[in-house]
Design a protein around this ligand. Sequence first.
Ligand SMILES: NC(=O)c1ccc[n+]([C@@H]2O[C@H](COP(=O)([O-])OP(=O)(O)OC[C@H]3O[C@@H](n4cnc5c(N)ncnc54)[C@H](OP(=O)(O)O)[C@@H]3O)[C@@H](O)[C@H]2O)c1
Length: 287
Amino acid sequence: MNVFKTITYHNGVTVPTIGYGTYKTPYESTSDAVYEALRLGYRHIDTAAYYGNEKAVGEGVRRAMKDFGIHREEISVATKVWNTDRGYEKTLAAFQKSMENLDLGYIDLYLIHWPANTLRYGDEAKAINASTWKAMEYCYLLGQTKAIGVSNFLPHHLEELSETANVAPMVDQIEFHPGWAQTDVVEYCYACDIIPEAWSPMARSGAFDNETIVALAQKYQVSPAQLCLRWVLQHGLRPIPKSVTPSRMAENLDVYDFEIDEEDMAAIDALKNCGGSCHNPDTLDIY
Ligand SMILES: NC(=O)c1ccc[n+]([C@@H]2O[C@H](COP(=O)([O-])OP(=O)(O)OC[C@H]3O[C@@H](n4cnc5c(N)ncnc54)[C@H](OP(=O)(O)O)[C@@H]3O)[C@@H](O)[C@H]2O)c1
Protein backbone atom coordinates (compact mmCIF):
# COMPACT_ATOMS: atom_id res chain seq x y z
CA MET A 1 0.00 0.00 0.00
CA ASN A 2 1.63 3.18 -1.18
CA VAL A 3 1.06 6.04 1.22
CA PHE A 4 2.44 9.38 0.10
CA LYS A 5 3.99 12.04 2.32
CA THR A 6 2.80 14.83 0.05
CA ILE A 7 -0.30 15.35 -2.04
CA THR A 8 -0.91 17.62 -5.00
CA TYR A 9 -4.17 19.49 -5.52
CA HIS A 10 -5.61 19.59 -9.04
CA ASN A 11 -4.16 23.09 -9.48
CA GLY A 12 -0.62 21.77 -8.98
CA VAL A 13 -0.07 22.94 -5.38
CA THR A 14 1.79 20.27 -3.38
CA VAL A 15 1.35 20.04 0.39
CA PRO A 16 2.25 17.60 3.17
CA THR A 17 -0.25 14.79 3.62
CA ILE A 18 -0.51 15.01 7.40
CA GLY A 19 -1.80 18.32 8.74
CA TYR A 20 -2.14 19.75 12.22
CA GLY A 21 -5.58 20.57 13.67
CA THR A 22 -6.35 23.40 16.07
CA TYR A 23 -10.05 23.02 16.93
CA LYS A 24 -10.68 23.46 20.67
CA THR A 25 -7.09 24.51 21.26
CA PRO A 26 -7.52 27.36 23.73
CA TYR A 27 -6.56 30.75 22.31
CA GLU A 28 -3.78 31.29 24.87
CA SER A 29 -2.05 27.97 24.01
CA THR A 30 -2.52 28.09 20.24
CA SER A 31 0.54 30.14 19.31
CA ASP A 32 2.87 27.85 21.30
CA ALA A 33 1.15 24.70 20.02
CA VAL A 34 1.51 25.79 16.39
CA TYR A 35 5.13 26.84 17.01
CA GLU A 36 5.87 23.40 18.49
CA ALA A 37 4.05 21.63 15.65
CA LEU A 38 6.21 23.46 13.10
CA ARG A 39 9.34 22.67 15.13
CA LEU A 40 8.41 19.00 15.04
CA GLY A 41 7.96 19.03 11.28
CA TYR A 42 4.28 19.74 10.57
CA ARG A 43 3.91 22.06 7.59
CA HIS A 44 0.14 22.25 7.16
CA ILE A 45 -1.97 23.92 9.86
CA ASP A 46 -5.76 23.78 9.92
CA THR A 47 -7.81 26.49 11.62
CA ALA A 48 -11.15 28.24 11.03
CA ALA A 49 -12.75 31.59 11.75
CA TYR A 50 -15.11 29.63 14.02
CA TYR A 51 -12.24 28.37 16.22
CA GLY A 52 -11.47 31.95 17.28
CA ASN A 53 -7.72 31.30 17.21
CA GLU A 54 -6.61 32.53 13.78
CA LYS A 55 -4.58 35.40 15.26
CA ALA A 56 -2.70 33.01 17.53
CA VAL A 57 -2.13 30.57 14.65
CA GLY A 58 -0.60 33.40 12.59
CA GLU A 59 1.59 34.43 15.50
CA GLY A 60 2.85 30.85 16.05
CA VAL A 61 3.64 30.51 12.34
CA ARG A 62 5.52 33.83 12.20
CA ARG A 63 7.57 32.98 15.29
CA ALA A 64 8.44 29.53 13.95
CA MET A 65 9.44 30.98 10.55
CA LYS A 66 11.80 33.40 12.27
CA ASP A 67 13.29 30.97 14.82
CA PHE A 68 13.58 27.90 12.60
CA GLY A 69 14.37 29.62 9.30
CA ILE A 70 11.29 28.22 7.58
CA HIS A 71 10.12 30.11 4.49
CA ARG A 72 6.50 31.12 4.14
CA GLU A 73 6.17 29.01 0.96
CA GLU A 74 7.10 25.89 2.92
CA ILE A 75 4.09 26.29 5.20
CA SER A 76 0.46 25.79 4.31
CA VAL A 77 -2.33 27.31 6.42
CA ALA A 78 -5.99 26.50 5.93
CA THR A 79 -8.93 28.43 7.34
CA LYS A 80 -12.67 28.39 6.75
CA VAL A 81 -15.62 30.70 6.24
CA TRP A 82 -18.19 30.16 8.99
CA ASN A 83 -21.88 29.48 8.41
CA THR A 84 -23.06 32.94 9.43
CA ASP A 85 -20.89 34.46 6.68
CA ARG A 86 -22.22 32.56 3.69
CA GLY A 87 -23.13 34.45 0.51
CA TYR A 88 -20.95 36.51 -1.85
CA GLU A 89 -20.42 39.78 0.03
CA LYS A 90 -20.23 38.28 3.50
CA THR A 91 -17.75 35.64 2.40
CA LEU A 92 -15.49 38.28 0.83
CA ALA A 93 -15.57 40.25 4.09
CA ALA A 94 -14.95 37.09 6.16
CA PHE A 95 -12.00 36.22 3.95
CA GLN A 96 -10.42 39.66 4.49
CA LYS A 97 -10.97 39.31 8.24
CA SER A 98 -9.20 35.92 8.24
CA MET A 99 -6.36 37.43 6.16
CA GLU A 100 -6.00 40.18 8.77
CA ASN A 101 -6.17 37.75 11.69
CA LEU A 102 -3.60 35.35 10.27
CA ASP A 103 -1.38 38.14 8.91
CA LEU A 104 0.67 35.77 6.77
CA GLY A 105 0.40 37.61 3.44
CA TYR A 106 -1.94 35.06 1.89
CA ILE A 107 -3.98 32.02 2.82
CA ASP A 108 -3.04 28.61 1.46
CA LEU A 109 -6.41 26.90 1.54
CA TYR A 110 -9.79 28.53 2.15
CA LEU A 111 -12.76 26.26 2.80
CA ILE A 112 -16.54 26.58 3.14
CA HIS A 113 -16.97 25.16 6.65
CA TRP A 114 -20.42 23.57 6.16
CA PRO A 115 -22.83 23.53 3.23
CA ALA A 116 -26.11 25.42 3.67
CA ASN A 117 -28.64 22.59 3.85
CA THR A 118 -32.26 22.35 2.76
CA LEU A 119 -33.37 21.49 6.29
CA ARG A 120 -32.75 25.10 7.29
CA TYR A 121 -32.64 26.96 3.98
CA GLY A 122 -35.09 24.99 1.82
CA ASP A 123 -34.80 25.69 -1.91
CA GLU A 124 -32.36 28.55 -1.26
CA ALA A 125 -29.58 26.24 -0.02
CA LYS A 126 -28.10 25.52 -3.43
CA ALA A 127 -27.99 29.22 -4.43
CA ILE A 128 -26.40 30.16 -1.09
CA ASN A 129 -23.62 27.60 -1.56
CA ALA A 130 -23.12 28.76 -5.16
CA SER A 131 -22.76 32.43 -4.16
CA THR A 132 -20.38 31.57 -1.32
CA TRP A 133 -18.32 29.62 -3.82
CA LYS A 134 -18.26 32.58 -6.26
CA ALA A 135 -16.57 34.65 -3.56
CA MET A 136 -14.07 31.85 -2.88
CA GLU A 137 -13.25 31.76 -6.59
CA TYR A 138 -12.76 35.53 -6.61
CA CYS A 139 -10.22 35.33 -3.74
CA TYR A 140 -8.46 32.46 -5.49
CA LEU A 141 -8.27 34.28 -8.82
CA LEU A 142 -6.82 37.33 -7.06
CA GLY A 143 -4.10 35.02 -5.68
CA GLN A 144 -5.00 35.81 -2.08
CA THR A 145 -5.54 32.12 -1.41
CA LYS A 146 -3.51 29.42 -3.16
CA ALA A 147 -6.34 26.90 -3.11
CA ILE A 148 -10.05 26.71 -2.30
CA GLY A 149 -12.26 23.92 -1.15
CA VAL A 150 -15.20 22.83 0.93
CA SER A 151 -15.83 20.95 4.13
CA ASN A 152 -18.62 18.59 5.10
CA PHE A 153 -19.94 18.54 1.53
CA LEU A 154 -21.65 15.31 0.49
CA PRO A 155 -21.61 14.17 -3.15
CA HIS A 156 -24.95 15.87 -3.89
CA HIS A 157 -23.62 19.22 -2.54
CA LEU A 158 -20.53 18.87 -4.75
CA GLU A 159 -22.66 17.99 -7.74
CA GLU A 160 -24.88 21.03 -7.22
CA LEU A 161 -21.83 23.27 -6.82
CA SER A 162 -20.34 21.98 -10.07
CA GLU A 163 -23.37 23.33 -11.98
CA THR A 164 -22.23 26.94 -11.43
CA ALA A 165 -18.57 26.68 -10.39
CA ASN A 166 -15.77 27.85 -12.67
CA VAL A 167 -13.07 26.40 -10.43
CA ALA A 168 -13.59 22.94 -8.94
CA PRO A 169 -12.84 22.56 -5.20
CA MET A 170 -9.35 21.24 -4.48
CA VAL A 171 -10.32 19.73 -1.12
CA ASP A 172 -13.32 18.37 0.78
CA GLN A 173 -12.65 18.12 4.51
CA ILE A 174 -15.00 15.55 6.06
CA GLU A 175 -15.39 13.70 9.33
CA PHE A 176 -13.63 10.37 8.88
CA HIS A 177 -12.48 7.97 11.58
CA PRO A 178 -13.05 4.38 12.73
CA GLY A 179 -16.79 4.00 13.19
CA TRP A 180 -17.51 6.82 10.69
CA ALA A 181 -15.92 6.00 7.36
CA GLN A 182 -17.70 8.03 4.70
CA THR A 183 -16.22 6.00 1.88
CA ASP A 184 -18.95 7.07 -0.57
CA VAL A 185 -17.81 10.70 -0.18
CA VAL A 186 -14.16 9.68 -0.56
CA GLU A 187 -14.87 7.75 -3.75
CA TYR A 188 -16.82 10.68 -5.16
CA CYS A 189 -13.97 13.07 -4.31
CA TYR A 190 -11.41 10.91 -6.07
CA ALA A 191 -13.63 10.63 -9.13
CA CYS A 192 -13.73 14.46 -9.24
CA ASP A 193 -10.02 15.05 -8.50
CA ILE A 194 -10.79 16.50 -5.08
CA ILE A 195 -8.47 15.67 -2.16
CA PRO A 196 -10.48 14.31 0.79
CA GLU A 197 -9.26 15.37 4.21
CA ALA A 198 -10.17 13.61 7.47
CA TRP A 199 -11.26 15.71 10.43
CA SER A 200 -11.41 14.03 13.86
CA PRO A 201 -9.24 11.23 12.41
CA MET A 202 -9.03 9.67 15.89
CA ALA A 203 -12.69 10.33 16.69
CA ARG A 204 -11.50 12.95 19.17
CA SER A 205 -9.83 10.12 21.13
CA GLY A 206 -13.09 8.13 21.19
CA ALA A 207 -11.46 5.34 19.16
CA PHE A 208 -8.72 4.66 21.69
CA ASP A 209 -10.81 2.45 24.00
CA ASN A 210 -12.21 0.26 21.26
CA GLU A 211 -11.03 -3.34 21.78
CA THR A 212 -10.30 -3.95 18.10
CA ILE A 213 -8.26 -0.75 17.87
CA VAL A 214 -6.37 -1.62 21.07
CA ALA A 215 -5.66 -5.21 19.93
CA LEU A 216 -4.52 -4.15 16.45
CA ALA A 217 -2.35 -1.36 17.88
CA GLN A 218 -0.63 -4.01 20.01
CA LYS A 219 -0.25 -6.29 16.99
CA TYR A 220 1.49 -3.58 14.95
CA GLN A 221 3.33 -2.23 18.00
CA VAL A 222 2.00 1.28 17.53
CA SER A 223 -0.32 3.45 19.59
CA PRO A 224 -4.11 3.47 18.95
CA ALA A 225 -3.67 7.02 17.59
CA GLN A 226 -1.04 5.87 15.09
CA LEU A 227 -3.23 2.96 14.03
CA CYS A 228 -6.17 5.31 13.35
CA LEU A 229 -4.01 7.74 11.39
CA ARG A 230 -2.44 4.99 9.31
CA TRP A 231 -5.91 3.58 8.56
CA VAL A 232 -7.00 7.04 7.38
CA LEU A 233 -3.90 7.37 5.17
CA GLN A 234 -4.41 3.90 3.66
CA HIS A 235 -7.95 4.96 2.76
CA GLY A 236 -6.38 7.80 0.77
CA LEU A 237 -7.37 10.72 2.99
CA ARG A 238 -5.29 13.47 4.45
CA PRO A 239 -5.59 13.38 8.28
CA ILE A 240 -5.35 16.57 10.35
CA PRO A 241 -4.85 15.29 13.92
CA LYS A 242 -5.03 17.78 16.76
CA SER A 243 -2.92 17.57 19.89
CA VAL A 244 -1.49 20.17 22.21
CA THR A 245 0.85 17.57 23.75
CA PRO A 246 4.31 17.61 22.10
CA SER A 247 4.97 13.86 22.53
CA ARG A 248 1.59 13.08 20.88
CA MET A 249 2.21 15.60 18.09
CA ALA A 250 5.46 13.77 17.28
CA GLU A 251 3.80 10.36 17.56
CA ASN A 252 1.06 11.42 15.13
CA LEU A 253 3.65 12.22 12.45
CA ASP A 254 5.38 8.87 12.88
CA VAL A 255 3.01 6.64 10.92
CA TYR A 256 4.96 5.77 7.80
CA ASP A 257 6.91 2.72 9.00
CA PHE A 258 4.16 0.12 9.23
CA GLU A 259 1.32 -1.08 7.07
CA ILE A 260 -2.10 -2.38 8.11
CA ASP A 261 -2.92 -5.52 6.12
CA GLU A 262 -6.15 -5.90 4.16
CA GLU A 263 -7.90 -8.10 6.70
CA ASP A 264 -7.18 -5.68 9.54
CA MET A 265 -8.24 -2.70 7.40
CA ALA A 266 -11.57 -4.49 6.90
CA ALA A 267 -11.87 -5.16 10.64
CA ILE A 268 -11.44 -1.43 11.35
CA ASP A 269 -13.81 -0.54 8.50
CA ALA A 270 -16.49 -2.66 10.16
CA LEU A 271 -16.33 -0.86 13.52
CA LYS A 272 -19.30 1.14 14.76
CA ASN A 273 -19.71 3.66 17.57
CA CYS A 274 -16.13 4.73 18.22
CA GLY A 275 -17.04 8.27 19.20
CA GLY A 276 -16.58 11.50 17.23
CA SER A 277 -19.49 13.72 16.22
CA CYS A 278 -20.91 11.57 13.39
CA HIS A 279 -22.86 14.53 11.98
CA ASN A 280 -24.88 14.24 8.82
CA PRO A 281 -24.51 17.63 7.07
CA ASP A 282 -28.03 17.26 5.64
CA THR A 283 -29.76 16.82 8.97
CA LEU A 284 -27.59 18.99 11.18
CA ASP A 285 -29.59 22.07 12.10
CA ILE A 286 -26.82 24.61 12.50
CA TYR A 287 -27.24 28.00 10.89
N1 LIG B 1 -14.28 20.93 9.10
C1 LIG B 1 -14.87 20.64 10.22
O1 LIG B 1 -16.11 20.74 10.36
C2 LIG B 1 -14.05 20.17 11.38
C3 LIG B 1 -14.68 19.68 12.53
C4 LIG B 1 -13.87 19.23 13.59
C5 LIG B 1 -12.48 19.27 13.47
N2 LIG B 1 -11.89 19.78 12.34
C6 LIG B 1 -10.41 19.87 12.21
O2 LIG B 1 -9.85 18.55 12.40
C7 LIG B 1 -8.88 18.59 13.43
C8 LIG B 1 -8.79 17.26 14.15
O3 LIG B 1 -10.04 16.86 14.67
P1 LIG B 1 -10.41 16.88 16.22
O4 LIG B 1 -9.56 17.89 16.91
O5 LIG B 1 -11.87 17.03 16.31
O6 LIG B 1 -10.09 15.42 16.73
P2 LIG B 1 -8.85 14.42 16.72
O7 LIG B 1 -7.67 15.01 16.08
O8 LIG B 1 -9.39 13.12 16.21
O9 LIG B 1 -8.59 14.20 18.28
C9 LIG B 1 -8.04 15.18 19.11
C10 LIG B 1 -8.00 14.61 20.53
O10 LIG B 1 -7.15 13.46 20.58
C11 LIG B 1 -6.12 13.66 21.55
N3 LIG B 1 -4.88 13.07 20.95
C12 LIG B 1 -4.25 13.50 19.84
N4 LIG B 1 -3.20 12.71 19.56
C13 LIG B 1 -3.16 11.75 20.52
C14 LIG B 1 -2.29 10.68 20.79
N5 LIG B 1 -1.26 10.40 19.98
N6 LIG B 1 -2.53 9.91 21.89
C15 LIG B 1 -3.58 10.18 22.71
N7 LIG B 1 -4.45 11.20 22.51
C16 LIG B 1 -4.24 11.99 21.42
C17 LIG B 1 -6.00 15.15 21.74
O11 LIG B 1 -5.56 15.45 23.05
P3 LIG B 1 -4.48 16.60 23.43
O12 LIG B 1 -4.72 17.76 22.51
O13 LIG B 1 -4.83 16.89 24.84
O14 LIG B 1 -3.13 15.99 23.27
C18 LIG B 1 -7.45 15.59 21.54
O15 LIG B 1 -8.19 15.40 22.73
C19 LIG B 1 -9.41 19.75 14.32
O16 LIG B 1 -8.48 20.17 15.27
C20 LIG B 1 -9.78 20.77 13.27
O17 LIG B 1 -8.63 21.42 12.79
C21 LIG B 1 -12.67 20.22 11.30
